[in-house]
Write a protein that binds this ligand. Structure first.
Ligand code: SF4
Ligand code: SF4
Length: 435
């Protein structure tokens, strides 16, 4: 059962702390007054860091982020709510990455990956993922409801600019799009796919196997969370930068609120608005972080839980109750995987189909020991992928070496294999003498 999906706007905060990407170079000075959308910092790999509201740069300082890290932030005060469209060149296939970078568009599903870096010249599919990426999040459902009849057109606009066929993934039986249920781009999936990773979604929708560690865009598919797609549509159609995000807030009494907040809002502002006097936990069910009032809400912040002042329940030993097995949609044995993970027995975990784990967290929801099974599985899946990538690298190096040896062993027109080896050795010696 969905909660009330109306999105409320947080009143204009008094201060915003806008975090800078690691590669970003500052473009502003203390005391400068800026319009909304002004570039605060830019880097060669990140999206531009922009001012979410008009205001004055009052300081630069390190600030804790809601995800538990910290970053150098531009502090903006004397804020003004007037939106300012960006001045950009006309949109074309080649200016799209520039526009997305300048509009500060990053993934809003929790990853905050710069959208412009997914662009490729030849794409086949553009997937808009309308399935929630965190347990207890309703952000995507709320945005889909708010977009209403415009949703399909917006997804299509963005897919067209990427020159790819649009596919819109929605959770079965949860979200329906008014008057569009026979649109060919719609794909209804079991809701647990929401928490599966991009590779699983691509496999399911496009029947394409993306190797571990590879990027779907290199195989002709781009996949964006629906909030990111709508942000891109606003940048393309209205030249509006990414300045806000919608978050799901669970209050201490069990109420659920959908709030639109400017990026860079401090947690204290949300606490004050919802009159919460409790501990704030950020994130989905199994990867929650306690955050203080000075923590900054970023593009990667999806869910906040306010909990009566009690520390999160500590993990306890597995009691072999078996509750985790029947709920697993991938027919895995989470308990077995858990015991194998205790000794990092990766080959056996692989044999138990660890890589088929959808990261849906259903096992976590029923585990009375609060073990955090999914986080454990994600960690070991990453390790498996890293091992596979390393094995591939070693294989490629071996192939290059074998090829090299074979070439040297082949007699060429003027030299025997032996003479060729001697000649290569002599030339190498000459070169190193010169150096
Ligand atoms: S093991 Fe847990 S997280 Fe993985 S698919 Fe099964 S229930 Fe979901
Ligand atoms: S639900 Fe938790 S405690 Fe029960 S068997 Fe699974 S891992 Fe062990």
């Amino acid at each position: 059962m969905l909660p009330n999906l109306n999105i409320d706007d947080l009143p204009l905060p008094t201060t915003l702390a806008v975090p800078l990407a690691a590669d970003a170079q500052l473009q502003v000075q203390r005391g400068e007054t800026l319009p909304a959308g002004a570039v605060l910092a830019t880097g060669s790999h990140s999206a531009d860091c922009i001012a979410p509201r008009a205001g004055t740069v009052s300081d630069f300082r390190r600030q804790p982020l809601a995800n538990g890290n910290d970053a150098l932030c531009v502090i903006l005060q004397d804020l003004d709510d007037t939106p300012t469209p960006l001045l950009l060149p006309p949109l074309s296939a080649t200016t799209l990455p520039q526009l997305l970078k300048r509009a500060g568009i990053v993934g809003l599903g929790g990853g905050a990956f710069p959208a412009w870096r997914k662009w490729r010249q030849q794409l086949r599919y553009f997937i808009a993922n309308g399935l929630e990426t965190e347990t207890a999040a309703y952000n995507d459902a709320a945005l889909i409801a708010a977009a209403g009849d415009n949703l399909i057109a917006r997804v299509r606009t963005v897919a067209q600019t990427f020159a790819a066929t649009p596919l819109l993934a929605l959770p079965e039986g949860v979200t329906r799009v008014p008057r569009a249920n026979d649109d060919p781009m719609l794909r209804y999936l079991p809701a647990h796919y929401s928490l599966g990773n991009e590779r699983i979604l691509v496999q399911h929708l496009c029947q394409l196997d993306i190797p571990a560690m590879a990027v779907a865009a290199d195989y002709g598919v781009v996949c964006f969370n629906i909030a990111t797609v709508l942000a891109m549509a606003a940048a393309i159609d209205e030249r509006m930068p990414l300045s806000d995000r919608v978050i799901t807030v669970h209050d201490v009494d069990g109420g659920i609120h959908l709030l639109r907040v400017p990026l860079g809002t401090l947690l204290a502002e949300v606490r004050h608005y919802l009159k919460q006097n409790a501990t704030a936990l950020i994130g989905g069910a199994d990867e929650q972080q306690i955050a203080g009032d000075d923590a900054v809400i970023t593009a990667a912040t999806t869910v906040i839980h306010w909990q009566a002042d009690a520390p999160p329940r500590a993990a306890q030993a597995c009691i072999r109750c078996g509750a985790c097995e029947p709920v697993c949609p991938a027919a895995l044995a989470p308990q077995e995987l858990y015991w194998l993970a205790q000794d990092s027995r990766l080959p056996e975990m692989q044999a138990q189909r660890l890589t088929a784990c959808l990261e849906c967290r259903r096992c976590d929801e029923v585990c009375p020991s609060n073990i955090g099974l999914t986080a454990l599985f994600i960690q070991h899946k990453k390790q498996l992928a890293a091992n596979a990538a390393e094995a591939q690298l070693i294989h490629r190096r071996q192939q290059r070496f074998d090829h090299h040896e074979q070439r040297l062993a082949q007699p060429v027109a003027r030299f025997s294999a032996q003479a060729l080896k001697q000649r290569v050795a002599a030339m190498t010696k000459q070169v190193s003498k010169k150096q």
